[in-house]
Design a binder for this molecule. Structure first.
Ligand code: FMN
Ligand code: SF4
Ligand code: SF4
Length: 450
């Protein structure tokens, strides 16, 4: 297999690949970032630098788990860099100088127009090709910074303008998911002169309650705080925000024909719960041109990028894509409002008695939480479908055996002249199964159909 080229232009900057570290301790000094470049990452959003130097608490991390699986989600109470501003800019300057093919992005956060200008000037002097503005840390000790600023359109606009007036380096505004409507804040940033937005930063959370101290976790001197949640658990929320921002026509219009229109529309950078090549591909499919990762690196180290690179190359080869540009955004037209979904058919589950281990989970879930559509054959210890089935596929989602329950017969609704469903008809010819689709458990249900 000839290796597919993963290089991509992001906001006019040539990148070896779209896989970057997101701003956090995974990219907090020269040696760390140098090592990540040598491992294969295309770039790094350096740990956020401010004029404010953070005074940290200890400990500051916690995690959620389920059924013995650790790191379902991850909580941190960390602020921006705790190193002096000049020390951070010296690292950034040396990284830009020593690794010209890799993209070191400065992440900055000020607390006033003059601080944002001062930081933008320092980015200019360090020679970075891109700047990210952190409008989104949810646990700053000052309310003049972080997600409180990111949900205030006037401040987002004026701080974006402060950077755009100071330097020509494209400015990416990093958005908070702790908001009602991200598109509004994204448009405020673009109005102020930002080139694009990135999302998501962490979600305000309390991960666990400690019953010894009767507070949340982690416990700091007997107390705890609400703070940012990240990792695999937040990926669906991040994908949703990226989709909504990328589908926002008003925002796309603002970018069109402007200084940062490089022919791809709004160039979003996607962040949140990304661990594997498949996660990366999902963010690309909803229109992101750049990918950022932290939590998975905190758990597994920099080498996860090897899977991202080879997995993405294999996927592109298998699907016949020659460049990432052919793939980016391909899912956006088919992510539609709920009222536009086809509601004219249902897909009944098909049970494979040979694969079934007789655990009864499908029966219990359907009986207690769906439509009592499964009868339990005591003698055979096997499920049997009755006429109550609505095709919700809860059973398929709880079955622990791969491909034991698969999508089966399709039934079409037959409507009377008033549009009421009166009975069901079999018409499998209307939907064709993808060849071999059922063999691939990793495909979503939607992907089983053409
Ligand atoms: C320990 C930790 C520190 C972080 N520090 C920063 C930061 O300084 N600046 C920033 O913009 N985001 C920061 N983040 C947020 C991440 O860059 C990222 O947006 C978020 O964690 C979601 O991505 P993930 O699920 O891949 O971690 C931090 C996240 C973690 C876990
Ligand atoms: S598809 Fe839903 S209703 Fe039908 S058997 Fe499965 S869980 Fe029950
Ligand atoms: S959940 Fe799967 S394995 Fe368990 S009884 Fe149902 S079909 Fe069989």
């Amino acid at each position: 297999m000839a290796k597919k080229d993963l290089s991509i232009k992001y906001l006019g900057v040539d990148c070896l690949n779209p896989f970057f570290l997101s701003s956090s301790p995974v990219g907090g000094n020269y040696d760390m970032v140098a090592k990540c470049y040598e491992t294969g990452w295309g770039g790094c959003f350096f740990k956020t630098v401010g004029i404010f130097v953070a005074d940290e608490c200890s400990p500051r991390f916690d995690q959620t788990n389920k059924e013995g699986l650790p790191w379902v989600g991850f909580k941190n109470m960390e602020q921006i860099s705790d190193k002096p501003t000049e020390v951070n800019f010296e690292y950034i300057y040396r990284l830009v100088r020593d690794y010209p093919e890799h993209i070191t992005v400065a992440s900055i956060m000020g607390s006033s127009v003059s601080e944002w200008k001062q930081l933008a000037k320092m980015c200019d002097e360090a020679g970075v090709k891109l700047i990210e503005g952190n409008f989104s840390c949810p646990q700053m000790t000052s309310h003049d910074m972080g997600s409180d600023v990111g949900t205030n359109n006037e401040l987002v606009e004026s701080y974006s303008r402060a950077v755009a007036e100071t330097t020509d380096i494209p400015f990416i505004a990093k958005m908070t998911p702790n908001c009602k409507n991200m598109e509004e804040h994204a448009m405020a940033a673009i109005r102020g002169g930002a080139a694009a937005v990135s999302a998501i930063n962490t979600i305000k959370s309390i991960t666990n309650v400690d019953f010894e101290n009767l507070t949340g976790m982690p416990v700091v001197d007997g107390k705890s705080s609400i703070s940012g949640y990240s990792g695999a658990a937040v990926k669906p929320i991040a994908l949703r925000f990226c989709t909504q921002v990328n589908q926002c026509e008003e925002l796309q219009k603002m970018v069109k024909g402007g200084k940062y229109d490089f022919g791809y529309g709004h160039e979003m950078s996607g962040i949140g719960g990304i661990e594997t090549w498949r996660d990366c591909a999902e963010f690309l499919a909803v229109g992101c041109r750049n990918i950022q990762v932290t939590t998975a690196i905190m758990q597994y180290g920099y080498r996860i990028v090897e899977d991202m690179i080879s997995g993405m190359q294999y996927f592109m080869d298998e699907r016949g894509y020659n460049s990432l540009d052919e793939f980016i955004g391909c899912a956006l037209p088919k992510l539609i409002p709920a009222e536009e979904l086809n509601r004219e058919y249902k897909v009944l589950p098909k049970f494979d008695d040979k694969k079934c281990i007789g655990c009864g989970r499908c029966y219990v879930s359907c009986y207690d939480a769906a439509h009592q559509a499964i009868d339990w054959n005591e003698k055979k210890r096997r499920p049997e479908l009755n006429d109550n089935c609505v095709g919700c596929h809860l059973c398929l989602n709880v079955c622990p055996v791969q491909e034991c329950i698969t999508p089966g017969e399709i039934k079409w609704k037959v409507r009377d002249k008033d549009g009421n469903a009166v009975r069901e008809a079999k018409n499998p010819a209307k939907i064709k199964f993808k060849k071999n689709a059922k063999k691939d458990k990793s495909l979503s249900l939607k992907e089983h159909y053409e």
